[in-house]
Write a protein that binds this ligand. Structure first.
Ligand code: NAD
Length: 463
């Protein structure tokens, strides 16, 4: 299947294998630097009129985008399942599309009206929020459409135009998303460029491009650091959403049976390929065995298979590089701990949900972000030490406390060094709550008014 083309691109040889079977899901253009320049120029030209629209007009356009995403949801979900691997069902591609539509609709409803800072005999001072210009969006392969929406919608709502570059591993759904959006938006407001990151690294070129005012990036810490370096010369505004190594801490008063399902999905949503998934689980010694038993009992019934099969709840790992990383970290876990479930790779890129107990804090499976379907479980006896171990990381995206005493959970949450903390759940995000990492997990936030403000310059007018 070849998606329809846009005028900017030639169809190159970027072929996208289906993670489930290895068969080709489709082809995408391998853009040149000249293609990128054309896309940026189109966005700059569109900015001249788009940025002059009133807040109500921008809102109306964004609402149309939300509606059209809803109308094309099934088509986009199928494309995601084919190129990304996640199932249509469960918390898979249809769920991703539901999220994309919800975020698009909510972003449309937000606004940043002029603030009057002072109005008295001594003067009148107003704070205005102005669009930046062209925003470059660089997205990863785990939630290709939802993350593109997180980047694009607040940019549009605040009067910016966009060039979006998906991961070379999942370009097809973003190309189609760009086409669908362009049917309801003026020409040049949203532009998609794709490439294979080989001869030309498009993301690096965007980060250094003089025509782009801001980069919003979601991806690994290592790449985020490169974006920051490339962006320095042009002083770009940056929002960086990077990796996490989120810890969950189960307190002795938690109910092992009641929390098993939440623990599982906190760790294994999207096959663990989720920035704010739970990647290390610390469980108090007094209920350790019971928590492990209940978690395994829930996990072993999860059907894993081809995402196009309506019965599958988890699919394959998205790509070979990630598969190898997961296998390497499972090996490290196995060398020290007890494999409670899984551990043996399936066919192709399939890897079963894997749970490994009795690991120490310095095991590679605990210290590195696995970004796949494996969870290390670490035993602790002293809550203070568990908090210290959870915070012993350069990352600080999310964390969770599992307890029957919500107040105690809230108190401990304040001591977690991360941008979001959940009590008795993990990874739940919503469009009105700012989301972002501390320490090396990121810079800035997305969502809500705080996220929207990151797509603007402040101008203060004194009179
Ligand atoms: P990645 O860093 O390999 O790639 C992300 C994007 O950056 C891709 O589009 C890629 O083509 C592009 N890129 C590659 N080199 C670049 C360069 N030099 N300059 C600019 N862009 C460049 O990440 P990935 O493997 O696609 O995604 C997995 C990682 O993303 C994990 O670490 C995960 O935790 C993180 N992630 C974070 C969030 C979040 O919100 N914090 C969300 C999803 C994923």
């Amino acid at each position: 299947m070849k998606p329809r083309t846009s005028h900017v691109h030639k169809w190159g040889d970027l072929s996208c294998p289906q993670p489930s079977s290895g068969e080709v899901a489709g082809y995408a253009p391998n853009a040149s630097l000249a293609d990128l320049d054309i896309a940026v120029a189109a966005a700059q030209a569109a900015f001249k009129t788009w940025s002059k629209l009133s807040s109500d007009e921008l809102q109306a356009y964004c609402e149309k985008v939300a509606t059209t995403i809803g109308e094309h949801a099934e088509e986009l979900a199928v494309l995601i399942t084919k190129e990304q691997g996640k199932p249509l069902n469960g918390l898979g591609s249809r769920w991703e599309l539901g999220g994309a539509q919800a975020w698009a609709g909510y972003s449309a409803s937000l606004s940043l009206p002029v603030k009057i800072l002072q109005d008295n005999n001594e003067g009148h001072v107003e704070l205005h929020r102005k669009p930046l210009g062209v925003v470059g969006s660089i997205t990863p392969w785990n939630f290709p459409v939802m993350i593109a929406i997180w980047h694009i919608m607040p940019a549009l709502r605040t009067g910016n135009t966009v060039v979006v570059k998906p991961s070379p591993l999942t370009p097809l759904s973003t190309i189609r998303l760009g086409e669908i959006m362009s049917e309801v938006l003026p020409s040049g407001v949203v532009n998609v460029v794709t490439g294979d990151d080989k001869a030309l690294n498009l993301g690096a070129a965007m980060s250094a491009h003089t025509g782009i005012r801001k980069i919003v990036f979601t991806g690994s810490c290592a790449t985020g650091q490169k974006v920051m370096q490339s962006a320095a010369e042009t002083m770009k505004r940056l929002t960086l959403e990077m990796g996490g190594n989120d810890a969950g801490i189960v307190l002795p008063d938690a109910d092992p049976k009641a929390i098993a399902e939440g623990l599982f999905w906190g760790a294994f949503i999207n096959n663990g390929q989720t920035c704010a998934a739970m990647k290390r689980l610390y469980v108090h010694d007094s209920i350790y065995d019971e928590v492990c038993e209940n978690l395994v009992a829930f996990a072993k019934n999860i059907p894993v298979g081809d995402g196009m099969n309506e019965d599958s709840v988890l699919g394959p790992i998205q790509n070979a590089m990630q598969f190898d990383k997961v296998r390497r970290l499972v090996d490290a876990g196995e060398s020290e701990g007890r494999v409670l479930l899984g551990g043996v790779p399936g066919e192709g890129l399939f890897f079963p949900p894997t749970i490994i107990a009795d690991l120490s804090q310095d095991n590679l499976l605990v210290t590195e972000e696995q970004f796949g379907p494996v969870l290390p479980v670490i035993r602790y006896t002293d809550v203070e030490k568990a908090i210290a171990a959870a915070n012993d990381s350069n990352n600080g995206l999310g964390g969770s406390i599992w307890t029957s005493d919500i107040e105690k959970g809230r108190e401990l949450a304040k001591r977690m060094e991360c941008g979001s903390v959940w009590i008795n759940k993990h990874g739940a995000i919503q469009p009105n709550a700012p989301f972002g990492g501390v320490k090396q997990s990121g810079l800035g936030v997305e969502f809500g008014e705080e996220g929207l403000a990151e797509y603007t310059d402040i101008q203060v007018i004194f009179s």
